[in-house]
Design a protein around this ligand. Structure first.
Ligand SMILES: C[S@@+](CC[C@H](N)C(=O)[O-])C[C@H]1O[C@@H](n2cnc3c(N)ncnc32)[C@H](O)[C@@H]1O
Length: 364
């Protein structure tokens, strides 16, 4: 093939170049979002009650005066990426001048800390150096003949070992805050799928963390006996209420009995062999309820045929996050089906929920 021998080839190469550069510099968009979250730009605009100019923003955020043009350039990218919307208004200075002001958009509203839908802890956790630095060791990881996650290969300990080293660790708190933020978003979804929980006398939320989801279920169904089951170091200092209790244990050994088991954001942490083990223990836990018992999974289901490209990209990115951090995986329908039948369940159904997750009900 001649180099740029005709216009079509040239334009193809230029498009390819743009595509490649775009993917190389995607991290800049992620990091600019992290800066916006750390600076509290969304909180400042929200607190102000109306769109803000760059100088109003800079003064509200207490930036150094020399950073005015820096903030402008960050806002330009963040606005292009859909996090802010800009409009032109009559300048406060008067004299018929105009100025650009920035307003919140639906994605930046998810960074407002006073709102229950705040996802700032997700941005903080996902873009923390503990999730990013390991990628520099991927070359070594690919040449190793070991079942280690990239995280473990790079750091000499698994992510769980790192988290569990101390109950006071900032990273542990950061992790549980991120999980709780994700779970609070679940509130809207819970309204949609309320029927799934109706009629249950008891529920155990396996790997339920600090209980954010169980608290929502408990609010909606105050008579249901709810148990948050997680590792002892996660739940030992937590106090429940009349129908909400915390139990420490190991889901690979046994799970407290209940009418239903909830597994939200748990199975994607584990490979198929370990996921089947968890599911078998879940099946034992609901056996007292006979055919009426069920396991309710909330996790991603990859569906490249039906999802649009943006949604598929998110799910596939998540798959690599699970792979590299924990040796876990996101699964497509066939992979879920195999897991479910291997664990001895007789049937299941999958419904999309929460924008990019699915609710999967398993029947004994
Ligand atoms: C990704 S988090 C999900 C937390 C929660 N379900 C949510 O959606 O916010 C996975 C949870 O599994 C818990 N976990 C890990 N190993 C466990 C084990 N062997 N037994 C019980 N829980 C475990 C972790 O402590 C963590 O809280």
């Amino acid at each position: 093939m001649g180099f740029c021998s005709n216009g079509r080839e040239e334009s193809e190469i230029y498009h390819a170049q743009i595509h490649l550069y775009k993917h190389v510099y995607n991290f800049v968009s992620s990091m600019a979002l992290k800066c916006a979250m750390e600076l509290g730009i969304a909180d400042a605009i929200h607190g102000h009650g109306e769109p803000m100019s760059i100088s109003e923003l800079a003064s509200a955020l207490k930036l150094h005066p020399s950073k005015l043009s820096v903030l402008h350039r960050f806002m330009r990218l963040l606005t292009h990426n859909g996090f802010f919307a800009k409009t032109t208004v009559a300048s406060h200075e008067g004299a018929g001048g105009e100025e650009t002001v920035y307003d919140l958009t639906p994605p930046s509203k998810l960074l407002i800390r006073s709102k229950s839908t705040c996802l700032a802890p997700i941005v903080k956790g996902a873009l923390h150096s503990s999730s990013i630095d390991m990628w520099h060791s991927s070359n070594k990881w690919f040449t190793e003949d070991k079942e280690l996650s990239l995280y473990e290969s790079a750091n000499g300990e698994s992510f769980w070992e790192f988290l569990n080293k101390t109950t006071e660790s900032d990273t542990l708190n950061m992790f549980h805050e991120a999980m709780a933020a994700d779970s609070r978003m679940f509130k809207m979804a819970l309204e949609e799928c309320k029927h799934v929980f109706e009629g249950l006398g008891s529920l155990v939320d396996v790997g339920g963390g600090t209980g954010a989801v169980t608290s929502l279920i408990n609010e909606l169904f105050p008579h249901m006996k709810c148990t948050v089951f997680d590792q002892p170091q996660v739940v030992s200092n937590l106090t429940g209420s009349e129908n909400l209790n915390f139990v420490g244990g190991d889901m690979f050994k046994s799970i407290p009995s209940a009418d239903a088991v909830l597994l939200k954001w748990v199975l994607h942490d584990w490979n198929d062999e370990l996921a089947v083990k968890i599911l078998k223990n879940c099946k034992d836990a609901i056996s007292g309820k006979g055919k009426e018992g069920k396991v309710i999974i909330v996790d991603i289901a990859i569906d490249e045929a039906s999802d649009d490209s943006e949604l598929t990209e998110l799910k596939l990115n998540y798959d690599l996050v699970m792979l590299t951090m924990l040796n876990g995986k996101e699964r497509d329908r066939n992979e879920w089906e195999k897991l479910i039948y291997d664990a001895g369940f007789s049937g299941y159904d999958i419904t999309p929920i929460c924008g990019f997750k699915s609710l999967i009900q398993l029947y004994p």
